[in-house]
Design a protein around this ligand. Structure first.
Ligand code: FES
Length: 123
């Protein structure tokens, strides 16, 4: 089970929800289920409107790491993922800071999700 804490200037306070073990829901799906207003459009990794910043409470736990190819290329296009960060992710299992909520699945580790409330505008 993972604690996923959502934080945004457009929310009155942070909200923590639980992602059940074996959960395959994206962070965007989890947010929708709990009425957390992360902006989105395509829900398919193409538009970048669901950009989020992720803090990993236990950086040694890497199950959230997997970047989808779509996520990787969109984050690169947005200037939120450098070649060095891709290498760090793929070679050294270092989780990247920026993610797309519609692609990112929080599995077993606790994370804090930060978003501005503006499409494509992480805090
Ligand atoms: S909603 Fe379009 S990239 Fe996530």
């Amino acid at each position: 089970m993972a604690n996923v804490t959502f934080s945004s200037p457009i929310m009155h306070q942070d909200k923590t929800v639980y992602a059940i073990a074996g959960n395959t829901k994206t962070v965007l799906g989890l947010a929708e289920e709990h009425n957390i207003p992360i902006p989105f459009e395509c829900q398919n990794g193409n538009c970048g409107s669901c950009l989020i910043e992720v803090e990993y409470y236990s950086p040694e736990s890497k199950m959230s790491l997997a970047l989808t190819e779509k996520e990787k290329s969109k984050l690169k296009e947005l200037g939120k993922l450098t070649a060095a960060e891709i290498e760090a992710a793929e070679v050294n299992d270092m989780p990247p800071r920026w993610r797309l909520a519609c692609q990112f699945v929080a599995r077993a580790e606790d994370v804090r999700i930060i978003f501005s409330g503006e499409p494509g505008g992480a805090v």
